[in-house]
Design a protein around this ligand. Structure first.
Ligand code: 13P
Ligand code: SF4
Length: 310
């Protein structure tokens, strides 16, 4: 890592009374300078409780947008404004509005990987670590729309036994894992534990020994006595995982198209660099903006989620 740049970021952060929040999928150099590294739930909890003036959100747009919804008077910065999310993009507001309007008796639960406009049409937001709990909070018999991730939706249907109306969205990174290559990898490493993020497809999740959020996966490898794990999520997670279990073999699950590095990276998450993080803190741009009419509606399902996740 560039030591000077990291030092300059630390100085600037203090001078400007800023906090750096980073997702586990960020490049290692960014995770190293962050005040907090976590999963989507942990990051929104941190964003909700911070008293700093500036939040630098090293993650993707919907995450920084959630922080801004919770902190309308703070300056929320995203190192690269183009850091989006295929899953959030798979749910355009106009199409989603039609679905909601044609199913007025449904409770609308949306995965946090969606835009502020979609959150504004929702009753509850959830993340991969609390989706089951959020769905279970809805009384039996009340119909549910779940969007935008169909893979997480199908998984939660199985876990809760609740039929839900699922939006047909997905994450390009987690859908790219190859089941056949995963089985071959397992044959090479018999006895290893397969751990997977619930954005992965059903056949991967059915084979996995553990399914959970990025924070949940790290916790699992810490507590499980196994010496080898096949890890089916974005490769950035390996940085913190290795720190937690330095003597354990962590094998990234292979993607279908991947014949070289055998790992899966989210191109959106990787748009943020240490240099861009420094520049955005220095210049206080790019800033996240959310229209007040949308923000006022979008904060309600996020606050309900935070309340249920205490
Ligand atoms: P979590 O942070 O909830 O594990 O979700 C991972 C993800 O894909 C974020 O986009
Ligand atoms: Fe979106 Fe998938 Fe990247 Fe997460 S890993 S930010 S869901 S594209």
């Amino acid at each position: 890592m560039s030591v000077d740049l990291a030092k300059d970021i630390a100085l600037l952060k203090r001078k400007k009374n800023a906090i750096i929040l980073a997702h586990y999928y960020q490049v290692s150099e960014i995770q190293e300078v962050a005040d907090y590294v976590g999963d989507s739930l942990g990051l929104s909890q941190k964003a909700a409780e911070t008293n700093k003036d500036i939040i630098v959100f090293a993650g993707v747009h919907f995450m920084a947008e959630t922080a801004k919804i919770l902190n309308p008077n703070k300056n929320v910065l995203l190192p690269d404004l183009l850091a989006g999310c295929s899953l959030a993009d798979s749910c355009p507001p106009s199409a989603f509005q039609k679905l909601v309007e044609t199913h007025p008796n449904h409770v609308v639960i949306t995965y946090i990987n969606c835009s502020a406009e979609i959150k504004a049409m929702s009753d509850l937001v959830c993340t991969s670590s609390n989706a089951e709990q959020i769905v279970n909070s809805i009384p039996e018999g009340v119909p549910i729309i779940f969007a935008p991730d169909k893979n997480l939706g199908k998984y939660i249907q199985k876990k809760t036994g609740r039929e839900m109306l699922l939006w047909d969205g997905s994450c390009i990174v987690h859908e790219a894992f190859s089941f056949d290559k995963l089985l071959k990898l397992y044959q090479k490493h018999p006895g290893s534990k397969i751990i997977a993020h619930p954005e992965s497809e059903s056949h991967i999740l059915e084979t996995a020994n553990y399914v959970g959020s990025t924070a949940g996966m790290i916790d699992y490898v810490k507590k499980n006595p196994s010496e080898k794990f096949i890890v089916a999520t974005e490769a950035g997670i390996l940085h913190k995982m290795k720190e937690q279990v330095p003597h354990t073999l962590l094998i990234p699950a292979p993607a279908e198209e991947d014949n070289t590095c055998a790992c899966s990276e989210c191109a959106f998450m990787k748009m943020n660099t240490l240099q861009k993080l420094y520049d955005c803190l220095l210049n206080e741009t790019p800033q996240i903006e959310v229209r007040e009419t949308i923000r006022k509606k979008a904060i309600l399902p996020i606050e309900r989620m935070l309340e249920l996740s205490k």
